[in-house]
Design a protein. Structure first.
Length: 325
């Protein structure tokens, strides 16, 4: 725990986010992951995740959910069926957030055999002519939709399109009709529209306010009778106990850097047995390099600049030798 893009994230509910991998083979026009200039990707062994998950689970009062996702494509994680099976052995409800493009019939069957409870699938168009526009690559849309239809016979499926006003918002009614025809009603809602959020304005995609988006969904509910606006409780998510923060905003800490992070001039560090994202100024980088001192393995003074959901970010201030740590 400690960083938001890998590991476990505890948002003080009975749902624990499990992120075992970064990296993505997609280039979706709406996704901020496609825009960052990454220098590294990471993966965590399945057994280590399960070990740490079991500790966090003990804090919870409600039935625990393990929600597997990634800042990228979770289906690239080779141990995914094994991870689902092991989390199920801890009596956790398991769900996966994934994208349509990477699904295969064999992988879906492996996940079903592992005990997966729910598959949340991002499908952003039902029109084959829009595939390249949205994903910057081609794939057989009809084939992927058929995989979803077959999976829905054995598994809870939630279809979750990202609605973009200038790209696919006009398909909202088509999504509803497709889901009504092919996705059976089960324990959880079967269609969850996501609002497009412009993390990178340079993409040039039109956006809309949350108020406008919600009013649009209400009008679709009245027109179709399909439930589209949800509360967390409808997915079995409730506020719950969570692990106590170990740092406070503005606190000065001693950090040992262990790896470059995903982006330039950012590192991963350890303090009080937690991971932190550590940002370094150009001046600090220059000073350390001039002294011919390596960053990785070195100790630094830092100030905590972000604390949220037991995820931490800090700004490196000066290098601190191990003797003084």
């Amino acid at each position: 725990m400690g960083v938001d893009f890998i590991g476990l994230t505890d948002r003080c509910s009975n749902l624990i986010e499990v992120k075992p991998i970064t990296g993505c083979n997609l280039n979706c026009i709406y996704c901020w992951v496609s825009d960052i200039e990454k220098t590294n990707d990471f993966t965590i062994p399945s057994d280590y995740i399960v070990e740490e998950f079991s500790k966090l689970k003990r804090l919870k009062k409600h039935p625990v959910q393990a929600h597997l996702l990634s800042h990228g494509d979770i289906l690239l994680y080779k141990q995914l069926p094994e991870l689902v099976k092991d989390l199920k052995s801890l009596n956790a409800t398991t769900s996966i957030d994934c994208h349509l493009q990477s699904l295969t019939q064999s992988l879906v069957q492996e996940l079903i055999d592992s005990g997966l409870d729910r598959l949340n699938v991002t499908i952003d168009t039902l029109n084959p002519e829009k595939v390249f526009l949205i994903y910057k690559q081609e794939f057989d849309l009809e084939d992927k939709l058929e995989i979803i239809k077959q999976a829905a016979l054995k598994l809870d499926i939630v279809i979750s399109p990202v609605l973009m006003p200038s790209i696919n918002k006009d398909e909202a009614l088509a999504f509803i009709n497709w889901v009504k025809k092919h996705i059976p009603k089960r324990k959880h809602p079967r269609l969850l529209f996501q609002k497009y959020i412009p993390y990178n304005p340079s993409q040039g995609l039109k956006s809309e306010s949350f108020k406008t988006f919600k009013e649009f969904l209400k009008s679709l509910e009245l027109k179709t009778g399909e439930h589209l606006i949800f509360k967390p409780e409808e997915f079995g998510i409730f506020k719950d106990e969570c692990s106590k923060p170990v740092f406070k905003l503005g606190q000065h800490v001693n950090v040992q850097l262990i790896s470059p992070s995903r982006v330039k001039n950012q590192f991963l560090g350890i303090a009080k047995n937690k991971l932190l994202k550590c940002n370094a100024s150009k001046e600090l980088l220059s000073n350390v390099k001039n002294k011919d001192q390596p960053f990785i393995g070195a100790y630094f003074q830092a100030i905590i600049t972000r604390v949220i959901n037991n995820c931490y970010e800090c700004q490196l201030i000066s290098n601190k030798t191990p003797q003084n740590y």
